[in-house]
Design a protein around this ligand. Structure first.
Ligand SMILES: [Zn+2]
Length: 81
């Protein structure tokens, strides 16, 4: 399923940032959920609200979750196994 654009610019940018790091979006929850490249095992995930009370805070929360992810850099090695 193609990801819809998030109605809020800051949140949309956070989601695009996640995708640039190979996180994947799925249509789950309020607006969607992002799964890190390790999602098929015990990867990170973060839920996205469609209308967060404070969009700037929500965007930063998403970016923090992405930056905390220890898996993105491991993927290349995993693929060799
Ligand atoms: Zn992760």
């Amino acid at each position: 399923m193609a990801r819809p654009r998030h109605p809020n610019k800051e949140v949309e940018e956070a989601v695009a940032y996640a995708e640039s790091l190979r996180w994947t979006w799925r249509a789950l929850g309020h607006w969607g959920r992002l799964f890190c490249p390790h999602a098929d095992r015990d990867g990170c995930q973060v839920g996205i609200f469609s209308t967060p009370k404070n969009a700037g805070n929500h965007a930063r929360q998403i970016i923090r979750a992405i930056d905390r992810c220890p898996h993105a850099k491991e993927k290349a090695d995993d693929e060799k196994l």
